[in-house]
Ligand binder design. Structure first.
Ligand SMILES: Cc1ncc(COP(=O)(O)O)c(C=O)c1O
Length: 366
């Protein structure tokens, strides 16, 4: 059996008619930049998330930059975040000439440990940036209450979690600004780079809309230093074709996760979803102590796996100037050695799930 990790090809074949027609319509109109489909998608995203303003942009990375630009983050400001995430989370903080300040994670959700945030706050702290890792929101009530107490902003890096919920609210509706990524392999992906910023704050929304078009408020009149951060119209039409199917796809991902957990919970450490939260399962990530060996054996059995992420950010060469050393964040460091993501997509059938689980069971106990 040959298992596909994300199976984007199968998804394209399923929605091919709508996707092809949508792309063809942009080609016919040649409205490649900021076509009306961008605005149509933004209205649909607002409806889906329940957030007042959805502003599409060029990537999940640029969405984080736009959020910080809207908040007027200044050189030397500190932003508290997790060391166990994709590089973009902290890279964008550094690109703003601000300083990422890391706080260790919870061992069960892999998200930032809210109980450790307060100790990291200084007079320079301006914001907290939790990440909804693997698709599950962090402990947002606890994070928001620390933020409120110290007058800090909250930016949710929801690159992996579009459509997940926390106490009934979508992940995009948490914090002051929330972002997402439409990178192809994300739960809702386009066919290139793409992202979005979400906020209920009118001032931020106005500023983000200007920032994504070089800070301009009128053609060739630039109020701010901004960036070229627009989503392409073609990518918006791909998302418009996929969005109506997304709720069904989330349910299918949740079913796959449930089957994995039922089969594997006595073999490996399976992911924990906290009460009153849902995950969109960007990744189904287990923990195994003999990870490298298990990965090699699964590869031989044609089961692809991935490691998100093998090195925590405080250990990355590019962040050595922050002055952290090994042992600073033991839970993140342990996770980096043990996590392994299994194939996850809405189209996995029972036969494939059984095959993957059998392979994991025989190898993890080996
Ligand atoms: C947590 C997190 N933040 C930010 C990003 C950046 O998104 P993009 O690849 O769309 O720039 C990603 C993408 O992998 C991510 O996983």
């Amino acid at each position: 059996m040959k298992i596909d990790f994300a199976n984007l090809q199968h998804q394209y074949q399923l929605y091919k008619k709508e996707i092809d027609a949508n792309i063809q319509s942009v080609l016919n109109k040649s409205n490649y930049i900021m076509g009306e489909e961008i605005h149509e998608l933004e209205r649909q995203l607002e409806k889906f998330t329940g957030v007042k303003h959805a502003i599409t942009c060029s990537s999940g990375t640029d969405a984080l930059l736009l959020a910080m630009m809207a908040m007027d983050i200044q050189p030397g400001d500190e932003i508290i975040t997790t060391p166990f995430t994709f590089i973009a989370t902290a890279e964008t903080i550094a690109l703003m000439h601000a300083k990422p300040v890391f706080v260790d994670i919870e061992p069960d959700t892999f998200n930032i440990d809210a109980t450790k945030i307060e100790a990291a706050i200084t007079s320079k702290t301006k914001a907290i940036m939790p990440v909804s890792l693997y698709g599950q929101p962090a402990d947002m009530d606890a994070i928001q209450s620390v933020a409120d107490k110290h007058n800090l902003k909250v930016i949710v890096d929801g690159a992996q979690s579009f459509g997940s919920t926390y106490k009934g609210k979508t992940d995009s509706n948490l914090g002051d600004i929330s972002t997402t990524s439409f990178f192809p392999a994300k739960p809702l992906g386009c066919y290139g780079d793409g992202g979005a910023v979400f906020t209920n704050n009118d001032e931020y929304a106005e500023k983000i809309k200007m920032m994504r078009v070089h800070g301009q408020n009128k053609r060739y009149h630039h109020k701010y230093i901004g960036m070229g951060g627009r989503l392409d119209t073609i990518q918006a039409t791909v998302l418009l074709a996929k969005l109506p199917h997304y709720k069904k796809e989330i349910e299918a991902r949740q079913n796959v996760a449930k089957k994995y957990t039922n089969a594997l919970q006595n073999t490996v450490q399976t992911p924990q979803i906290q009460t009153e939260r849902t995950s969109v399962w960007a990744q189904y990530t287990v923990q195994v102590q003999n990870r490298d060996k298990v990965q090699d054996q699964l590869k031989a059995a044609n089961v692809p796996t991935a490691v998100h992420y093998p090195m925590p950010l405080h250990m990355q060469e590019c962040f050595q100037d922050l002055g952290y050393s090994q042992g600073a964040f033991p839970i993140a460091e342990k996770a980096a050695k043990e996590v392994m993501s299994l194939p996850m997509n809405p189209f996995l059938v029972d036969e494939e799930i059984d095959y993957i689980c059998q392979a994991v069971k025989s190898m993890a106990n080996d």
